[in-house]
Write a protein of this length. Sequence first.
Length: 245
Amino acid sequence: MIELREVPLFSEIPTDELQRFEPMLRERKYKKNHVFMFENDQSDSIYILRTGKVKVYRIQDGKEIVIGIHFPGDVVGEAEALTGDLYRVASVETLEPVVAWQISKPDFLAIVDRYPSVIRIAYTMMFARVRVLNRTIRYLTFLDVRTKLANLMLDLYYNVGKLENGECKIDMKVNHALLASMVGNTRESISKTLSEFQSEGLIEIRQKYIFLRDMKRLEKICYETEEVPELRKWDHGLRITEDLS
């Protein structure tokens, strides 16, 4: 479970001074598939993830579009606090059981006023998320379903992947509905394309985990959007440090 000193947003604040924050923190526990932030609701607090993963999404024309996945150490809701938005710009739902700290907007802004490094790091993270959002828009707008899904497989691997017994494993259980929401296609088209990828020996799915069997061919499918692994990284708290190549 993440401790406050491990949260990247507070990484430049001395550990002994972090203790001043403890009275501001309220621990929250949420079950899987619980929505704890709703788009257009009043923005009155931020959340720091201690355990578990969440998806950030918006509803467009009745369709769910996932615009981010966040991990332990990440902060959600800080953009509205820093920009003065009165309402949430997106909804947040747990993908698994989550433990989080909740901080009121006034308390968070008091921390920002006292420690300028927090706002600098926050804006750096926000710009990184804009870059990821631009990639998502490109996926949604310009790519066919095979190219979208191949890109997403590589994105997932370079963010939540690991080498396991010599195999490239996406170390996060994903269902077809989540994948569809991440690339803006129907669940049926994603299921069909996943089956094609398995038949072609590109991937293998075991117990809801995806294993990438042929990285080079997946990269070839992505040739028009080819990017080095580092550019595929999302802005999450626990960076992958192992060699995934």
